[in-house]
Design a protein around this ligand. Structure first.
Ligand SMILES: [Zn+2]
Ligand SMILES: [Zn+2]
Length: 163
């Protein structure tokens, strides 16, 4: 199944296509707009940036790393309207778990109240948070998701500097 090129989440329903990329929705598409520039990032530079980030202090709590991508999955509903998204966080494991617990509780309390998507997607988002809480990226080396998000950030800076 296709994965979102921004947040790395498996796309279950719908999704947006843009050039050769796929995204969960327009939010992920907007955040991943700089993917078009990533071919121009030198491989060595990217590797060094990722390594430094992975081994550095957590950007949120300033605690010790390793720092990697921890994705939390939220959903809320109001009658016929249901909105869900997956949000990658670049932080340490403790900060990542906090986000997964928060989004899990949000799903548990506000996810269900929409038909049909609330009922269908809420259990998926809850399970995804649980999977993230129990597993998550390995401490030993930076994940592919971290590479991709660093690429996206550097790509965004490249595009900005050209304007
Ligand atoms: Zn996505
Ligand atoms: Zn942290």
């Amino acid at each position: 199944m296709a994965k979102c090129d921004y947040c790395g989440t498996t796309i279950l329903f719908g999704g947006v296509r843009a050039d050769r990329y796929r995204f969960c929705n327009q939010t992920c598409q907007r955040k991943g707009y700089s993917l078009a520039a990533i071919d121009q990032i030198p491989e060595d530079y990217l590797r060094e940036q990722v390594r430094a980030l992975h081994q550095g202090a957590c950007p949120r709590c300033q605690g010790s790393g390793p720092v990697d991508v921890h994705t939390s999955h939220r959903i809320w509903s109001a009658l016929v309207l249901t909105t869900w998204s997956s949000r990658p966080h670049i932080c340490c494991r403790r900060c990542g778990r906090l986000e997964q617990v928060k989004d899990g509780l949000l799903a548990l309390s506000l996810g269900w109240w929409g038909f049909p998507w609330g009922l269908l997607v809420t259990p998926i988002q809850i399970v995804r948070n649980l999977v993230g809480l129990c597993g998550g990226p390995s401490d030993a080396k930076p994940s592919d998701e971290l590479y991709r998000l660093v690429q996206i950030n550097i790509g965004a800076r490249l595009l900005q500097s050209r304007q």
